[in-house]
Design a protein around this ligand. Sequence first.
Ligand SMILES: [Zn+2]
Length: 145
Amino acid sequence: MADVFSPEKRSAVMAAVRGHRNKSTELRLLAILRGCRFTGWRRNHPLPGKPDFAFPKLKLAVFVDGCFWHGCRQHGSMPKSNAEYWLAKVARNKRRDREVGRLLRDKGWEVLRIWEHELSRANEKRLFAKLSRAYFRNQRSNGAE
Ligand SMILES: [Zn+2]
């Protein structure tokens, strides 16, 4: 079945969806960071790729990746219509993710990418462990308080 929207219109629709979801995943991670009692994070810190959260003293950048937009193997299923268009778009996102990661590492930052699906309540302990490892490792290596 053909998509009811043109690719441009579909893009705008999906962008609106993404905006909403990004906001909810960011807020979810925000709640988790607060729950972990981590300190020193910033939002909208000026860095390549605009990480969702940055810990400037620790030089730790955290991204939350939507399963669809970043091509998660478990949940990144393509819409049936315009599949090629979406495949190309997701491939571009993944390429950009790698480039951003390289840019940040070149600047001495560690990059932590978290999948949208890792934010589920069932995964809370594992996510906490993943965040803690990065947080405390960088705290030691950067000598921050
Ligand atoms: Zn996923």
